[in-house]
Design a protein around this ligand. Sequence first.
Ligand code: FE
Length: 341
Amino acid sequence: MKKIIIFLVSIVLFGCQHKQVDNKIVNIYSKRHYQVDKDLFKKFEEEHNIKVNIVKANSDELIERIKTEGKNCPADLLITVDAGKLYKAANENLLTKINTKEINADIKEELLDKNSFWLPITYRARIIAYNPKKVNIDELSTYEDLTNEKWKNRILVRTSSNAYNQALLSSLVAHHGEEFALKWSNNLVDNFAREPKGNDRDQVRAIVANISDIAIVNSYYIGLLQSSSDSLDKKTGESVKVFFPNQAKNERGTHINISGVGLLKNSPNKDNALKFMKFITSEYAQEYYTNNSFEYPVNKNVKPSALIAKWGDFKIDHLDLNELGIKRKKAVEIFEKSRWN
Ligand code: FE
């Protein structure tokens, strides 16, 4: 009897909840925190008359929250800056499959999720920024070569707790195995110019301050610095050059990661969520992204911004981006074992 009452009460509550669903909203849990997103959300609101509600936190926190909220989770979409975290959400059974072709047939094939759980929004390359006065471009080649003795005391990079570095190491685990990745991590530490600290932009600032010569950073930070209204940041960005690692004919290409979006299994406003996915990958939104956040567009009809096009074309590492999630646990363990703090 008690069970029946609970069942009835939950039907009533669930029913009420559904009645409360406002058709004019989409709720997004997002790791992204950039002005460019706010601008695009506003544009979406105006175009579709659908209000965008955002909850911002880091991806692991958002995933925990979605799990805790369960069926009562109000979120429709999860946005992360890492395919690894979208893989994690899918793996924890929080996402529902989408028809990516139906949402947008113009997304670059190589950036799509083979399992159809997420959609890429932008992509970024983990590049080497270098001081052209101290480094000859011919000296640079691959991520693997950064452990070469010639780079002793010359490499700048942030801590190993950072997701961008964890994704890069995940790709090395996928390509070369755990043993290699541990060795690479330790040998790289031997070449560090200083104890890892600061964010990606701080590594570039350290090059310009002559603390050292090369830094491992995400490509869009160079674009953000080069286009900054702060004259010092602008000068900093313009003082370094961008190198895309692993470009030789026999090499696999530069490590990339995506910002992407997944549709939550319990999404209460699914139609609006799909409209949002269509919008965010549209030519308008993709042009806005590349011209303002200096990420690479995922829509094949949109060219990279003039500023980032100047760095040249590059071959991307075609590793299945889900591997950045599959190998993540191992990568974190390897970092813990290695001397990279
Ligand atoms: Fe970032």
